[in-house]
Ligand binder design. Structure first.
Ligand code: CP
Length: 282
């Protein structure tokens, strides 16, 4: 049959698993789309029909407040049907593997599966065994791409640009998927990052590193990370004590200069990596 008489082909199935899979134009398109959705929140009727008739399944195998609630609300605001599954109240408790859980959920023919999992590579496994578009909401210490996109969005809103921005990422970078995604995302848009903290908490080769907290003075954005103890090996001591960590690396008003912006992906530990006066400030 002639090509032009055939029904239109489905666009290829796309996922959002790693910032490394994106080009700058993908990032620009996503930020522009997010901006149009944000504008719609200024209206009295906040719901858009964008995902009407689509099903979004959120599967969270790790604790989450911000990411799980924002995915659920976003899908509802875009008129999708949503289903949320937490590992603590699912058949994972009865020994079901991720693959079998994914196959079961895939049988409902969802359009999107959003997954957070402690194991690196879990979202790719879900993409292999289902027909859904898969969004990575955090896999181990590997990637958290939507957090990085959200951070770029917030930075552009604050500074009106991304090109040339200088970001200091301070704290437990070694266990941070947020930092891995953010460093890649900043490079894609012409910004740069320095990682700052005690040597044991800075991975080699991610970005230029500094063990001097005074380095943050050069940054437009001071991006603060908490100690991710849930991903540290049991018994490992990365810093002599939290008190010492706070004294050397905690972000206090005295360590900041006017015009700098402080960001934190949450959850925050007030009084540890960030002084309450900074956390409460504008
Ligand atoms: N930023 C972030 O991933 O927070 P949650 O762990 O609460 O989802």
């Amino acid at each position: 049959m002639r090509e032009d008489l055939l029904p239109p082909k489905e666009p290829p199935r796309r996922h959002l698993i790693s910032i490394a899979d994106l080009q700058r134009e993908d990032v620009e398109r996503l930020l522009a789309t997010a901006r149009s959705f944000e504008r719609s929140l200024e209206r009295e009727l906040k719901k858009l029909p964008t995902l009407r008739g689509k099903t979004v399944v959120n599967v969270f195998y790790e604790s989450s407040t911000r990411t799980s609630s924002s995915f659920e609300l976003a899908a509802k605001r875009l008129s999708a049907d949503t289903m949320s599954i937490k590992s603590s109240s699912s058949s994972v408790d009865k020994g079901e593997s991720l693959k079998d859980t994914a196959i079961t959920l895939g049988a409902y023919d969802p359009d999107v599966i959003v997954i957070r999992h402690p194991q690196i590579g879990a979202p790719r496994l879900v993409a292999r065994v289902t027909e859904a578009h898969v969004v990575n909401a955090g896999d181990g210490k590997h990637q958290h791409p939507t957090q990085a996109l959200l951070d770029l969005y917030a930075m552009r809103e604050a500074f009106g640009r991304l090109d040339g921005l200088h970001v200091a990422i301070v704290g437990d970078v070694a266990h941070s998927r947020v930092a891995r995604s953010l460093v890649q995302a900043l490079r894609l848009v012409g910004a740069d990052a320095v990682i700052v903290g005690p040597p044991a908490l800075l991975p080699e080769a991610l970005a230029p590193a500094s063990h001097d907290i005074a380095t943050i003075a050069d940054a437009d954005v001071v991006y603060v990370l908490r100690m991710q103890r849930e991903r540290m090996l049991q018994g490992a001591n990365f810093v002599p004590s939290l008190r010492e960590y706070t004294a050397h690396w905690g972000i206090t008003p005295e360590r900041l200069r006017p015009g700098q912006r402080v960001m934190h992906p949450g959850p925050i530990n007030r009084g540890v990596e960030i002084d309450a006066r900074v956390a409460n400030s504008a």
